[in-house]
Structures are given as C-alpha cells and as structure tokens.
Design a protein around this ligand. Structure first.
Ligand SMILES: NC(=O)C1=CN([C@@H]2O[C@H](COP(=O)(O)OP(=O)(O)OC[C@H]3O[C@@H](n4cnc5c(N)ncnc54)[C@H](OP(=O)(O)O)[C@@H]3O)[C@@H](O)[C@H]2O)C=CC1
Ligand SMILES: N[C@@H](CC=O)C(=O)O
Length: 816
C-alpha cells in the first residue's frame, strides 16, 4: 500500500486534478490519496467566515467564488450523463456551507468550533470531487470519511489526535476495505463527542503522516508545487538547489523557519517509525524531489543544509534594570503570551538579564504589546521595567544544518557576509540544538541576505558582483566591452560573476535586475528613464543587491559628490573620475573613512596614469612604512602625445584635436592643456603619500596664452589655440634650439609642489618618453639614489578601462 498527499496548488483546478490522477494511476494499487482543499479555497472560506461574523455582505461574493470553482470542476471532469447526481451532491454540501455562513452572519459570531466546520468544507468538497472523477474513469475508488478515521480532542482550530483510538480505527478500516484508490480529505477530523475538528496548519500532511504511521507504511509522498526542499526559497534565490537527502531534524528546523514545503507536525507520527517522506513536484513528476528520512546523513563537507526565512515578524523587547536577578519575569512574560495563544518564534536574553527580546508574528504584536504592558503595569509605574518596545517590518533568516554543532566560524561567517552587505542585524540566536543560527533583520534586506548567505555557503566558488555604471562614453563604453569579452573567463578562472545591473549617461538610466545584455546595451539605455543622481542611487537602494559596486566613468563633479552616499550604503565605489580625490582634502578623507567604516571598497587606481599600477604601488609603499620624499613625473598622456607629435608643421590645435579623437584628453581638453589634470594627479599622489594638501598648495605654470585660459567652451578653446598658433610654434622652436623636448612635468620636493612645461634635455630620463606614455619616479626612504620608477601608456580608453576593470576584480577577489 502507498500513500500520497496532494497540496492545494496540485488540485487547484481541473487540469491540475488530472495531473494528480495521472500520477496516482501510475502507481501500483492500492493507493491512499490524501488531498487538500482546492488551492486558495481555505483562505476564501476563512475570509468569508470572518466577513460574515463582522456582518459584511461581501461574504456572499466569496461564497459564490467557492461554489463556482467546485461546480466548474464537475462540469469539466465528469461526463455530462453522470453529472446530475454529483452536481446535486456538491450543491447539497454548498447549501450547507451557505446556511452556516448565513448563521454566522445573523449571529455576528464565529466560534472556533463553527470555523472548523466551515473550513472542513474545503477538503470535504475536493476529496469528494477527486473520488468521483476516478469513479467516472472506471476506477475502484473509495471516498473515505476522515471524520470516522481520525479522532481528536475538542480543541477546535488545532485538535490533538487520540492516537490509540485513531490507529485502531485506521487499521480496521483498511483491513476490511478492498479498493484500489482511497480518497481521504486531509486536515479534517472528528472529536470523540462527534464534532468536526481540524488539525491546524499543514493539516493534510499530518493526515497522511498519521495514516502512514498507523499502517506502518515505508514512505509518505507529499506532492506539491516545488521540486523538494531547497537550499533557500527558490523564488528569492535563483541559485537555490534541491536538497536530495535530508534528515528529519534538519527538515524540521528548515520548516520551522519558513520552508513551507512541509510542516513539523507532519513529521511527528512518522519520525519514531523510520518512515521516509518523499517531497515531489506535481508539475515536474520526473524531478527527483527530496527524501526526508532518519537515515539521511550530510555526507558533504558543507555543514549548512539550507537557509530559510520567516517574514512578517515583530521583535519585542522587555527591558529594565529592575529585571536583573528577579525570578519569574520570564515566566510572567511568556505565560501571558501562551495564555493568549501567541506563538513565540525566537527568544534571546543577554547574560546581563537586563532585557529579554523575542519575535512573534507581526499580526499579534499589538495585542501582545497591550497584554505585556498590563502584566508589568506595576513595574512600569515603578520605573523598574520600560513599556515593551515593538519593532515591525522584520524577518528571521536562519542557516540550518546538523553539522553546525561543533563547527567553528559559521556564525562569524554568517554575520560578516551580512555586515559586508550592509544588512543590519537586530537580534541573534543559536538554537540549543545547535542546528540553526538565526538572525532578525529588516524585511527589506531579506532577499539580499538570502542571496548573500547562499553565495557564501553554497556557491563559495563564485562571487557575484552587481555593477551600476555611470558614464558609458569613451572609457565607459570600452569598460562594458571588456566585461562582455571577459565574462566567461572571470567566471571560470577567477570565480567572479560580473553583472551590469544599471547604467546611465547624462540623459537616461536603465536597470535590469537580471543583468543588462552588454551586446545590446545602447538600445536598452536609450529606452531608459531620465537620469538624476538621486534617482540612480535610489534605484540601487531599492534593488538592494549584494556586492553592489558603483562605477563612475564620467568627468562630472555632481557625480563625484555622490560617492559618500554610496559608501554610507555599503556600496563600493570604483572611479576614474579624478574630481572627488582632488577636491577638498576633507571630502577625500571622508570618502576613505566611510569606505573603512562601511566596509565598502573605494578604488580609484585610474586617477593617475590610467591603467598603470601607480596608486596601488604607492599605497603598498606607505602601508609598509616607507616615506615618499620626492616625486618627479610626467602624468599627462595627452600632453605627452601632443608634444611628441607637434613638430611645427601641423597647427597645434590640430594635434590637440588628434589627441582628443584618440581618446587621450579629458572630455574638455582645456582641463589637460591648462595643467589642471596634472595638478589633480599630483595632488592625489601627494595625498596618497600621506601629505595633507589642497589644490592651492600646488603651483601651476601654464604654457597657455591668456585667451586660451579664458575660453569657456570647448569650441572657444579650439578657436583660441588656432588664433595663437604662433605662440605654440615659438615654444617648439625654442625647444629645438636647446635640443630639448617639451614635457609637462609634475614635481614635489621638500614641501613644494608644482606642475609646468619644461625643456627636457637628452640626459634626462623623461627625454625619451614616447607616445602617450607617463612616467613617475618616487624617491623614498628606501628608494634613495635609484627611485622607484613606473612607466607606460598613461592615457587611452582601453588601458583606462582595464584599470577600472582591475579595481572591480580587486573587489571580487577580496570577497572570494
Ligand atoms: N581617457 C583617458 O585616457 C582617461 C580618462 N579618465 C577619466 O575617464 C572619465 C571619462 O572620460 P571619457 O570616457 O573620455 O569621457 P566621455 O565624455 O567620452 O564620456 C563621459 C560619459 O559620462 C556621461 N556623463 C557625463 N555627465 C554625466 C552626468 N551628469 N550623469 C550621468 N552621466 C554623465 C556621458 O554621457 P553623455 O554621453 O550623455 O554625455 C558619457 O557617457 C574622465 O573622468 C577622465 O578623467 C581617466 C584616466 C584616463
Ligand atoms: N586626460 C588624461 C587621461 C588620463 O587621466 C591624460 O591626458 O593623461
């Protein structure tokens, strides 16, 4: 004999019922089939009953929906010539239900006893219909009256089973009947004084388990709408996997914490009898499912079996100095909750005994608050205890596994991954069984927390970075191209999964939670919504994704001023925009402090020397205790390119234009030619060396004529260079006369910093600096005679993009 149970979604409509029948008929008979009410019907019954008790006429509408759903199934699944008798039977039951609801409406009263009768109609109707469909298909099928089978006390709403009586009845019933299929309504039972009772949440699973245990069956199959017990809620965590084998204790912990696939009560009867429970998917019968048994052992090296969550939680804290050392406070607190049937889900008490903190379902919080304040009225008046504090909008997230016990470092890992992702923890508890570690967090963080924890405990190999890219021009565009090209390599070799979730230019912004297709992002961006810095940040906060990284590829000041807000939200910032690090020292310092405080990386390697590893090298020098005493550098790729290519033949403005077209200049080339870009870079190098300096501390010796410096637009700037062609020619000629080359040099020594054009002779190491190269020499305590030298391409979209990419990978590696 086999026993299978189908949940509400499995029998929600005619098509689903046929699936279930198909599954049942593929099994060797006899088969006991326990069924829930049609999906959603129990909720509708409950709603209609509540409405009726409040004298709300709307209960009629819900009753009508219930009636039609059942009558439709008769019409769809029973041949027309057999419908009459079945329809009249269903109508009789429906009339009975309607009369009861009417009674509740007139009396304006709904006792638990009446509610049980009303709710029982769900399973009584569904089981009757499914039995009739099988009979209509010619099967030898018995409709079992569950009230005769399961006997309980009369604790309406969640009756306790009298197993001695029930087991005997069940054994006798199945011994004397001889059907191929037995259709049993789940959830419904009967008290010894013959009143209808119900078995509480998950009652149909419980019915199946009671029968299986009474008959000593080997296995109970629970058919539902998911393929088993998952490592996390698959609706929240895409990467969640089915746990193929799990033991009862772990399954119980997971189900306590919201894995709604099975209910702990259902495990009680089968646990002592070593009966296995198989969870299967009605909509994917071929999927293996999960086997829950006493025998299942976690053979793998991962001590965590699953992560689960309960939403709609309120956290209540009773606090006061008057609680310390006083016996009976906890008893009084939990007694009042228990007397009022308020279920406590989570408790923690600090060893100081100064406060007790516990979580209950949100819907019961206001009632609990009132009751507790009444119980402690005297202590509250005396100032010994504060009125109970209630926090709403919370969830519990728990990691579960048998091997948590005795495995050090798991809670540390759990808390640190949550902390790294800005998930604030309101309370922590580790069950005495040491099978779970649970935290209470804000509901808005649940999805992020589940994904972060799942990544940390189940996908350790691959870390996902969610990028939000501001600026997709010259450098930004190349950056996206490189990500697209390297995506597979990063995933396979560095175990970093880089997804661009949001992007913007100066006009539009576009987001896709699943990751933007980078082969085709331009059309997506064009279809986006108007951009604003606030809206971009807000959307990132709403998405609230783990490992979020904001990448600034603009040259914009407004964008640079948003970094603090990102860091405060634990969102990492990677930028090639030099404005932030070269603005007021206070802002530069604030960003670095925020980065430390919120554990959010702030990386800007490309601020100096594009893709060259200058800042990182400097950071390492300083961190290892070296001291930078002198800097000599050529830090402008565009100026180096311009002076290397300007030979007096082509006009100067045309060479500048060529540098711009090649992607070496700033969006506004005046920033390069006026020396501001180099000033910014020197300022950043000095700050990174540990000097507290401002822009005004660096002297700029500009080689531009006054008219060029006054130009306000890019066009005016080009025109002014054209008008002053002779000025630039003269500079070139002077260099020729001195057999020198023009180099725009940045220097710092003995507290003095300056940038300006120099005539560099053949003997100087800068003389042969080709193309768009940069060079930087650091003279330090350790590099006294021979400076530390870094040299290479210092401008260009591709090298800059690769520098940004390197910063992003640094973040991924740190997380790995
Ligand atoms: N080129 C190089 O070699 C190096 C460049 N850098 C830095 O790279 C940065 C980008 O340079 P580059 O790519 O050449 O510049 P581009 O002008 O080509 O691109 C800038 C991008 O930023 C967008 N943008 C501008 N303002 C805003 C805003 N307020 N909000 C949103 N997006 C905005 C632009 O949008 P739209 O197209 O709509 O205007 C464009 O997508 C600069 O800060 C530069 O200093 C750093 C090292 C080397
Ligand atoms: N415009 C810059 C590019 C890098 O910062 C330069 O010319 O060096």
């Amino acid at each position: 004999m086999k026993i299978v149970k189908f949940g509400g979604s499995s029998v929600a409509n005619a098509a689903n019922i046929l699936r279930c029948i198909n599954i049942v008929k593929n099994k060797k008979s006899p088969v006991i089939v326990v069924v829930s009410a049609l999906g959603g019907v129990t909720d509708l019954l409950q709603l209609a009953a509540n409405q009726a008790s409040k004298k709300e006429e709307a209960y009629h509408e819900n009753y009508e929906v219930i009636a039609h759903r059942h009558l439709d199934i008769v019409r769809e699944l029973i041949p027309v010539n057999q419908q009459a008798g079945i329809l009249s039977n269903v109508l009789r039951k429906l009339n009975e239900l309607e009369t009861l609801l009417q009674g509740v409406f007139y009396l304006g009263e709904l006792s638990l006893q009446t509610k049980d009768v009303i709710l029982s109609f769900g399973e009584r109707l569904s089981s009757f219909l499914i039995g009739e469909v099988l009979i209509a298909q010619g099967e030898n099928c018995c409709s079992v009256n569950c009230r005769e089978l399961i006997k309980t006390n009369n604790r309406f709403g969640k009756a306790a089973v009298n197993f001695d009586v029930t087991n005997t009845i069940i054994r006798q019933y199945f011994a004397k009947n001889n059907c191929d299929y037995y259709i049993v309504p789940g959830f419904v039972a009967e008290s010894e004084d013959k009143f209808i009772t119900t078995l509480g949440r998950g009652g149909s699973d419980y019915t199946a388990a009671i029968i299986a245990a009474a008959l000593d069956l080997e296995e109970v199959e629970i058919w539902t709408d998911v393929s088993g017990i998952y490592t996390a809620n698959p609706k929240m965590v895409k990467q969640a996997q089915v746990i193929e084998n799990i033991n009862f204790q772990e399954a119980m912990e997971l189900s306590h914490f919201g894995a709604k696939v099975l209910y702990p009560s259902a495990l009680e009867p089968i646990l002592p009898k070593n009966i296995t429970m198989l969870i299967k998917n009605t909509f994917d019968p071929e999927a293996k499912g999960s086997v829950v048994s006493n025998k299942a052992h976690n053979e793998g090296c991962n001590p965590i079996r699953g992560i689960s969550n309960i939403d709609k939680i309120a956290l209540l804290t009773l606090e006061g100095l008057g609680m310390v050392g006083v016996v009976g406070i906890a008893r009084r607190l939990f007694e009042v909750l228990s007397h009022n049937e308020i279920n406590v889900i989570f408790i923690t008490q600090a060893s100081s005994e100064h406060s007790i903190c516990f979580a209950i379902s949100e819907g019961e919080a206001v009632k609990a608050e009132r009751l507790i304040n009444e119980v402690f009225q005297f202590e509250i008046q005396q100032g010994k205890v504060k009125p109970i504090a209630v926090e709403f909008d919370l969830s519990i997230v728990a990691i579960v596994g048998d091997k948590i016990k005795g495995h050090q470092g798991l809670s540390g890992k759990m808390l640190s991954v949550l902390g790294r992702n800005n998930v604030n923890i309101c309370a922590i508890a580790q069950g005495a069984s040491e099978r779970n570690i649970s935290v209470v967090i804000s509901h808005k963080d649940v999805k992020k927390a589940l994904n972060t924890l799942h990544e940390a405990f189940f996908e350790e190999a691959v870390v996902q970075l969610n990028l939000f890219v501001m600026g997709v021009g010259n450098v930004g565009g190349k950056f996206l191209e490189q990500i697209e090209h390297q995506y597979a390599y990063l995933k396979n070799n560095l175990k970093i999964n880089v997804r661009v979730v949001g992007m913007a230019n100066s006009k539009k912004m576009f987001f896709n939670e699943e990751g933007i297709d980078l082969t085709d992002y331009k059309d997506d961006l064009a279809s986006g919504v108007p951009v604003s810095q606030e809206a971009f940040l807000e959307q990132i906060k709403v998405l609230n994704m783990r490992n979020s990284v904001f990448v600034d590829n603009t040259a914009n000041t407004e964008v640079a001023m948003t970094y603090a807000s990102y860091l405060r939200n634990s969102i990492a910032v990677v930028t090639c925009n030099k404005v932030a690090c070269s603005s007021d020292y206070a802002y530069y310092k604030l960003l670095r402090d925020l980065s430390r405080k919120y554990n959010a990386p702030f990386l800007y390697e490309t601020n100096v020397g594009a893709g060259l590893p200058i800042i990182d090298t400097l950071k390492n020098l300083v961190a290892s205790g070296d001291r930078v005493k002198e800097i000599q550098a050529v830090l402008s790729g565009s100026l180096n390119f311009i002076f290397n290519n300007f030979d007096g033949k082509l006009p100067f403005d045309q060479i500048v234009h060529q540098a711009q077209v090649e992607g070496y200049t700033e969006p506004n080339p005046k920033i390069d030619l006026s020396g501001i870009d180099v000033l910014r870079k020197l300022l950043i190098l000095m700050r990174e060396s540990g000097y507290v300096v401002e822009e005004k501390d660096i002297a700029v010796d500009s080689f531009l004529p006054e008219a060029c410096l006054k130009a306000e637009t890019v066009e005016e700037f080009y025109q002014s260079m054209k008008d002053n062609a002779a000025h630039f020619e003269a500079l070139y000629n002077k260099a020729q006369e001195q057999e020198a080359r023009l180099k725009f040099v940045a220097t710092y020594k003995d507290g003095s910093a300056k940038v300006g054009l120099q005539f560099i002779g053949k003997e100087h190491p800068f003389y042969n600096l080709e193309g768009k190269d940069n060079i930087v020499l650091f003279f330090t305590d350790r590099y006294q005679e021979q400076p530390l030298l870094i040299k290479g391409a210092g401008a260009g979209a591709a090298v800059t993009a690769s520098g940004i990419f390197a910063d992003v990978i640094r973040i991924g590696n740190k997380l790995n």
